[in-house]
Structure formats: structure tokens, C-alpha cells
Design a protein around this ligand. Sequence first.
Ligand SMILES: Nc1nc2c(ncn2[C@@H]2O[C@H](COP(=O)(O)OP(=O)(O)OP(=O)(O)O)[C@@H](O)[C@H]2O)c(=O)[nH]1
Ligand SMILES: [Mg+2]
Length: 315
Amino acid sequence: MDISVVIPLLNEKESLKELYDWIAKVMQSNHFSYEIIFIDDGSTDGSWDIISNLSQQDDNVKGIRFLKNFGKSQALHAGFEKALGEVIITMDADLQDNPDEIPELHNMIVNNKFDLVSGWKKKRFDNKLTKNLPSKLFNWAARKTSGVKLNDFNCGLKAYHNDVVKNIDVNGEMHRYIPVLAKNAGFTNIGEKVVKHQARKYGETKFGMERFINGFLDLITIWFISRFGKRPMHLFGALGVIMFIVGISFAAYLGVDKLFFNPDGRLITQRPQFYIALVTMIIGTQFFVAGFLGEIILTAKRNKKRYLIKNELNF
Ligand SMILES: Nc1nc2c(ncn2[C@@H]2O[C@H](COP(=O)(O)OP(=O)(O)OP(=O)(O)O)[C@@H](O)[C@H]2O)c(=O)[nH]1
Ligand SMILES: [Mg+2]
């Protein structure tokens, strides 16, 4: 199969039929073999009825329905698990992503050998203040921390080689950082394509301003995991040692001063250095313990898949 189109959605009933017709038209005129996987993530507006109708009329349409809303990342993960195509295309269900981009994205993966191609909504039809500006900031921070040079991380329209989606674990709200997950898994050939973006035609937005806060928190997580996820002790141990040395130096200074130079001076507990020593030593120890716990947790899940094999011969 050439292409799997994976479409996570929440309450988009007005758009689904139109989207399906458009994708089917593009696929047929390019003679692709394809499937369209709709993942209904707990919609309450009857989106699922439309999906099941479509799937009865057309075998290329497949549907997954979640019991309740689990989030876009979970939906993408479910779609990725099922996808059979050589190229996987993800797109939003609200008609903001243009199916006419599919042939070129397919071409970039198959012929130009990209692992992943991310859409770039260069010209956006969104509110400048609430969307465009925060989004610029967000993308800048994501570029800096991840080292992946993309202009638009959050674009729903992306294309992947099958190997990529089968080997990354999209969880939490990590759908914004799939290129980073891919890079961390060893798929470094990441491209970008300017895509047409439309204003939302039906329905309403599902992500409010909290997306930016959650997005930044996820970014910190992903930075931490990719930097220290395998060796937490390298971060926590170093911090702990530094803190502890600072603390013990203050304590030593106080002790020596009290014993030899200034026995009749203020009580040690009345001096500010005492509290600095106390706090830094306690925090230092805690950092150390956090590092150890991290290492223990990692050792405990050694049975999980830790590496990806690219080729195998004669098996
Ligand atoms: N599976 C799943 N999909 C979701 C969820 N929330 C939103 N989506 C889908 O993700 C896509 C993008 O969501 P939108 O609300 O359009 O976000 P946006 O495009 O950044 O915002 P607008 O420009 O206002 O449309 C749409 O296809 C939604 O149906 C969710 O919780 N689960
Ligand atoms: Mg949208």
C-alpha cells in the first residue's frame, strides 16, 4: 500500500465528508493505493456515525473509536500502530490542511528519501495575537532546545516513512514534538515543505491558550529526556555534588571560625552562613538521591526495547 492517511479528530462532523471526498479524489487521480484511518477521540457530536457510514461505502476508510477523549497524541499512536502504507500522512480533520499536498509529500518521502517531512504553514489564517505570535516564540524555543531546524513544529500535516511511525512512541501531549522524537530515535533526515493553510471553516478550535503552557512544559521534558534520560545521575549527581560542596565549605568555615578565631562571637545558629550551609547540603543530598532513584528506575525497565535495528541479514 502506498499511503495511509491518519486523521485524529474530535467533534468535526461538519468537515468529515468533505475531507473524505477531497482525499479520495486526490488519491484516485494519482493512482495511489491508500487507506484513510479516522481516529475518533471521544467525539460527542456524531462524528463517529459519519465515519462508519463512510467506511461502509468505501473499504479504504477505516475507523478507530476511543472510549473517551484520550488526546491527540494517543489517537496518533493508535493510527500509527495500524497504518499499513509505505508513507504515512497525518492531517487535521478540520479542512485546514490541504489534501492536494499529499502527492508531493509522498514524493519527498519515497524519492527524496526523507524520513519525515513536516508541513510549514508559512502564511497562516489565524489570529495574529493569540496564535501567530505565541506560535513563533514556541517554535523558536523548540528549535533551540531540540536542535531540529523546523519553522513549524505544530503543523498537523506531516508525512513519515513507515519505519519512523512504527519506532517512535507518541505519548502524553508529545504530538507537537514528533520530529524531535524521530530525531532521538535516529531518523535524522527531516525535511520541511511549505503548505497551504486555510481558515477553519466549520466547528471550533479544540486547543486554547493552555496549549502554549503545556507545550513549553513538554518541551522541557523532551529536552531533559533526550539529554539525561539515559543517565539521570549525570545531571542530578553533578548538581548534588556542587550543592553539597558549597554547603560543606560554609559549615567548615563556621566550625573553624568558631573553634579557633572567634570563640566568643555570635552563636553559629545566629549566622546567615549556617542556613546557607544547611539548605545547600540538604538540597544537594536530595539531588543525589533523585539521581539514584532515576538510575534505579531505568535499570528496572531494562526489558523494554532500548535500541532499533536498521537491517538484519539471513535471519
Ligand atoms: N484525537 C484527538 N484529536 C483532537 C483533539 N483535539 C483536537 N483534535 C484534532 O486535532 C486537529 C487540530 O485541532 P484544532 O482545534 O483544529 O487546532 P488548530 O488547528 O491549532 O486550531 P484552529 O486554527 O482554531 O482550528 C483537529 O483535526 C481536531 O479535530 C483530541 O483531544 N483528540
Ligand atoms: Mg484547526
